[in-house]
Design a protein around this ligand. Structure first.
Ligand code: NAD
Length: 552
């Protein structure tokens, strides 16, 4: 039985032992689509996160997806083009149930204005990364990534601890909403600015945020007190980051860490320029989007100038994947790229070994299934400090939002071993139902994004999109249940290409083979991508684990 969803009462959280589809593979994918809406930001508009990231193109497209997944056989494949089902083809039981391509625009035309035009005509929709591919699990999906970034900074700059340290950031949306919890889990005092009071209230309600300060003076006092006591806390302040960051800098206050996760990638439907209220912005989206683009760039220039000032005064400042530097450069801040991107600065050694944001969702809807898998992870990987530390922290601190789910940064071999062990637990009835395995598109072999994932690659291969395309084809050849190829939309137009994958562990031998091939080959390709670019960690991993890397 689906469970009530207090946040969006019209979008219950799927679950229960009864399936509507003919197979658990199709039922699982159907539940995942329902889940991204249940945990999404504006499900009535099919929006999951990041301003325009949608689960389906339109309500008729959504209904047709539900109908087809409910009726299709296991030897058929549903083809989805930018959130719209366009074909149900006879393939084989070893082929994916769903393949999709979302928002891929031919190079010369891959510009924001072309995307907006196609979007208005109903010809395309943006799937974000995990929204259109039904892999989003609420803010938890980025919590560990954000937490690991904070901990890498702690190791490098603050003797391994963020106790008594001040993190300044902005954006409490679908992804950015993970920041206050990740900061608190890392032991810091974190201040998060957002222009929309509703976003802050919601994060507080679901336990991701401690308090909302009434004004800047109070917010800074609360941070000072927490720092002095070495107390971890998360505080939100309602306001525009482009005004508040410069104000904090003008007071001579230098946070220890500064970043930003406003929706700066999208100047029409996302970022709110300084001096504008939300109602005016909503009106201008239809009436005068150019005013918003111009105002947004000016505002981001101020916003990033303050970030650069913090950096010059000694703060650790990084771009957290929202294209804010790119927009600032276009707005006239020549040295915006003095701010490093988080992937290159902190996570590349992990990606070189294909260690990345792996995740699993209990399709039964039972939290106990995740608890049992948590125990299994601790038992299987006792020497993996990142993962054991994370699982212990996550089970205490991270509330489930929709389907109970867990994210953990596991690497080559580990993902496959875990998924196959879980498939056995589904088969022998230890778990209440099947489990879906997936990962973020921001993964070793899965993303080409020269301003986020592949910035400053050692061999200069930043802009080559062959890798995610090869990854998607490899995943199809390996029998994954869902394979997606995504590209940018909005401010993201032409900025990236990525591949997504989901495999359902339904307890069968066939699922065991699919998990083995798809998950192993996905991480193999990840290691190969970094080995090919000359990273020693990847070459070492490829040799040690006998990944089929061909060296010339
Ligand atoms: P969202 O649209 O759900 O939320 C954005 C938030 O920013 C909203 O709450 C909005 O009110 C706030 N905001 C907008 N302009 C503001 C301003 N000037 N001052 C203060 N607040 C402002 O978006 P999201 O899903 O949270 O994603 C945020 C950004 O992070 C996007 O650009 C997204 O592409 C990027 N992202 C990065 C990663 C990563 O791996 N690091 C992952 C996912 C998303």
């Amino acid at each position: 039985m689906p469970k009530p969803n207090p946040r969006h009462p019209d979008f219950p959280i799927p679950g229960g032992p009864e399936k509507r589809a003919k197979s658990w593979r199709a039922e699982g994918l159907l539940r995942l689509m329902e889940n991204v809406l249940a945990v999404g930001e504006a499900p009535d508009k099919l929006i999951v996160y990041a301003a325009l990231g949608k689960a389906a193109r339109s309500w008729p497209a959504h209904d047709a997806i539900v109908r087809t997944l409910s009726e299709m056989d296991e030897d058929q494949t549903l083809i989805i083009q930018s959130g719209k089902p366009v074909g149900l083809l006879k393939t084989s039981a070893a082929a994916p149930m769903v393949i999709m391509a979302n928002c891929n625009i031919v190079g010369q035309w891959a510009k924001a204005e072309v995307f907006y035009d196609l979007e208005r005509k109903g010809l395309i929709c943006w799937g974000g990364l995990t929204a259109g591919a039904w892999q989003y699990i609420g803010s938890q999906g980025v919590i560990q990534g954000t937490y690991e970034i904070f901990m890498r900074i702690a190791e490098r700059r603050f003797n391994g601890s963020l106790k008594g340290r001040f993190i300044l950031t902005a954006g409490l949306g679908g992804m950015g909403g993970a920041q206050p919890l990740a900061g608190r889990m890392a032991g810091a005092a974190i201040l998060c600015i957002d222009i929309d009071p509703k976003r802050a209230e919601m994060r507080k309600e679901i336990g991701f945020l401690d308090e909302i300060a009434p004004d800047l003076d109070t917010a800074l006092k609360m941070i000072e007190e927490a720092k002095a006591e070495g107390r971890a806390t998360s505080i939100a302040l309602i306001g525009n980051a482009a005004e508040i960051y410069p104000e904090i800098a003008a007071r001579g206050i230098v946070p220890d860490i500064v970043t930003d996760q406003t929706s700066a990638h999208d100047l029409v439907y996302g970022y709110v320029p300084a001096g504008y209220d939300l109602d005016r912005v909503r009106r201008l989206r239809d009436q005068n989007p150019d005013e918003l683009i111009e105002g947004g760039r000016k505002s981001i220039a101020r916003h990033v100038a303050a970030m650069l000032e913090f950096q010059q005064k000694g703060a650790e400042v990084f771009d957290n994947g929202n294209l804010i530097r790119t927009q600032a450069k276009q707005g006239g801040i020549e040295n915006a790229f003095d701010i490093p991107i988080f992937t290159e600065a902190y996570l590349r050694p992990l990606f070189a070994r294909a260690i990345g944001p792996f995740r699993w969702m209990a399709l039964s809807g039972e939290a106990d299934d995740i608890a049992k898998i948590d125990d299994l992870v601790l038992q299987m990987f006792p020497d993996n400090k990142i993962v054991t530390n994370w699982i212990k922290l996550a089970r205490e601190n991270v509330p489930f939002e929709g389907l109970p789910a867990r994210i953990a940064w596991l690497g080559h071999g580990e993902r496959t071993a875990l998924a196959r062990a879980v498939n056995k637990m589904v088969a022998d009835g230890t778990l209440a139902g099947p489990v879906a395995f997936s990962r973020d598109h921001l993964d070793a072999g899965a993303m080409a994004h020269p301003n986020i994932m592949t910035e400053n690659m050692r061999d200069g291969s930043d802009a080559i999109a062959d890798w995610p395309l090869l990854d998607a084809m490899t995943l199809c050849a390996s029998g994954a249940d869902l394979v997606a190829v995504h590209s940018g939309g909005g401010g993201y137009a032409g900025y990236m290409t990525s591949a997504g994958v989901t495999v359902i562990a339904d307890g069968t031998d066939e699922a065991d083979a699919r998990l083995d091939h798809a998950l192993t080959n996905d991480t193999s390709l990840g290691v190969i991508r970094y080995a090919d670019a000359g990273y020693e960690d990847a070459l070492d991993e490829a040799a040690k684990k006998q990944i089929g890397h061909i060296r010339l």
